[in-house]
Ligand binder design. Structure first.
Ligand code: ZN
Length: 352
C-alpha cells in the first residue's frame, strides 16, 4: 500500500479530523480510507439523523442520503438533523444543507426517492457500505436482497420504544437479514407513532452502526458480523445473539427452501398516521424530474397555500388536506379520509 502522509490532507482537514487521526484504529491511513469511501444511508429519520451526522463529520468522502419524507414537528424530538426552520422541507434537502455546513470537505448526494424493487439496485450502486436508517421491514428486505446480490455490506439497525437491534451483514460471509428475521409483516409491527421511541436508544444503535461502518471502511473486522446485538435501555441490558448463515435462506442460501417472498412496488401506501390523520404516499413507477415551478403555479391555481417551495420539493395546504410533492414525483397526502379521495387529489396535481 502506498505510504500515506499528511500531504494527502489540507491543513484544515488535518485539524478537523485531528481527534480521530490520533486514534490507533484510524490514523492517517484510516482517515484516507474514510475520505475515499462512498456510503449510502437509507432513511433520514431517527436512526438516519445521527448516522449521517457522524459519518459526515468523520469525513466519509461521499455520502448518498435517501429519503422520501418531509420534516415534521413530531420529528424534532429525535431527528437532530433538522430544526423548526425546515418544517415541510424534503428531509434529503434539509439534511444535505446541514451536512455540507457541518463538513464542507465531503460530497453529499441527496436522493428524494421511495425504495422500490425497480430502483433499489441503482440507489445503492457503487457504494462501499449501505447503512439502514429505515423504520419498516419491507424496504429493509429490498435493501438486504440488493446488497446480497451486489455484494455490498449492509449495517442493519432498528429501534422501537427503548429497545434496539443492530447487526452487520457481509454478503456471502454472514447471515443476511432474511436468514434471521425473514417474513416479518410491517402491518403486524408496532410503529413509533403508536408506541413511541426514546431518543437515547436511537443514539446508541446509530452510534454502533457508525462504528461498524467505520470498521468496514478502515479494513477492521466488524464486531457484529454474524451477531445480533439486542439492547434494552429499560434495564440497560446488552445481549449478543449468535447468528449463522442459513443454507436454506431464500435470499442467500446455497440450498434455498423456497424462492424469496415477492416484494412488489406499491404505487400507493398508507403509512403510520400523524396525529390520527390518515397519510397516503404515492410513488410513481418511474422516477420523475418534476418542474416544481410549474407545479407550484398549478397548486396555487387549485387554491392551495404553498408553505414551502424548496429545491427538491413543495409542501402545501388547503384545509383539511396537507401535502408534499418531491422532485422525483413522490407525493404525500394527509388529512384525506379515503384512499379514493387521495387518489383523486393526486391525479389532479399531475394532470397534464
Ligand atoms: Zn440469508
Amino acid at each position: 500500500m502506498a505510504r500515506i502522509d499528511v500531504q494527502d490532507f489540507s491543513e484544515e482537514e488535518l485539524e478537523y479530523y485531528s481527534r480521530q487521526i490520533v486514534l490507533q484504529e484510524i490514523g492517517l491511513a484510516g482517515q484516507k480510507r474514510l475520505n475515499e469511501a462512498k456510503v449510502c444511508v437509507v432513511g433520514l429519520g431517527g436512526l438516519g439523523s445521527p448516522i449521517s451526522i457522524q459519518l459526515a463529520s468523520m469525513g466519509v468522502g461521499h455520502l448518498r442520503i435517501v429519503d422520501r419524507d418531509v420534516v415534521e414537528t413530531s420529528n424534532l424530538q429525535r431527528q437532530h438533523l433538522y430544526g423548526m426552520d425546515v418544517i415541510g422541507y424534503p428531509k434529503v434537502e434539509a439534511a444535505a444543507n446541514r451536512l455540507r455546513k457541518l463538513n464542507p470537505h465531503i460530497e453529499v448526494e441527496p436522493v428524494p426517492l421511495s425504495l422500490s424493487p425497480k430502483n433499489v439496485e441503482r440507489i445503492i450502486g457503487g457504494v462501499d457500505v449501505v447503512v439502514d436508517g429505515l423504520d419498516m421491514m419491507t424496504p429493509r428486505y429490498l435493501l438486504n436482497r440488493a446488497c446480497v446480490k451486489l455484494g455490498v455490506p449492509f449495517v442493519f439497525g432498528a429501534v422501537i420504544t427503548h429497545i434496539g437491534n443492530v447487526s452487520t451483514i457481509i454478503p456471502g460471509e454472514t447471515a443476511c437479514l432474511e436468514c434471521f428475521q425473514g417474513d416479518v409483516d410491517d402491518d403486524e409491527l408496532p410503529t413509533c407513532a403508536i408506541v413511541g421511541v426514546h431518543p437515547s436508544i436511537i443514539s446508541v444503535i446509530a452510534s454502533i452502526q457508525v462504528s461498524e461502518t467505520v470498521r468496514l471502511i478502515t479494513g477492521k473486522t466488524p464486531n457484529l458480523a454474524n451477531t445480533l446485538l439486542y439492547c434494552d435501555l429499560g434495564d440497560l441490558s446488552f445481549e449478543r445473539i449468535k447468528l449463522a448463515k442459513a443454507e436454506s435462506c431464500p435470499v442467500c442460501g446455497s440450498a434455498p427452501r423456497s424462492k424469496p417472498s415477492p416484494i412488489e412496488h406499491q404505487p400507493v401506501q398508507e403509512i403510520c398516521g400523524r396525529e390520527g390523520r390518515r397519510v397516503f404516499v404515492f410513488s410513481p413507477d418511474d422516477e420523475l424530474d418534476m418542474d416544481l415551478t410549474a407545479l407550484n403555479s398549478r397548486l396555487e391555481k387549485l387554491g392551495y397555500e404553498l408553505l414551502v417551495k424548496a429545491r427538491l420539493g413543495s409542501t402545501f395546504v388547503k384545509d383539511p388536506v396537507k401535502g408534499s410533492v418531491l422532485k422525483s414525483g413522490v407525493t404525500i397526502l394527509e388529512g384525506v379520509d379515503a384512499k379514493e379521495k387521495a387518489q383523486e387529489i393526486y391525479e389532479q396535481l399531475f394532470e397534464p
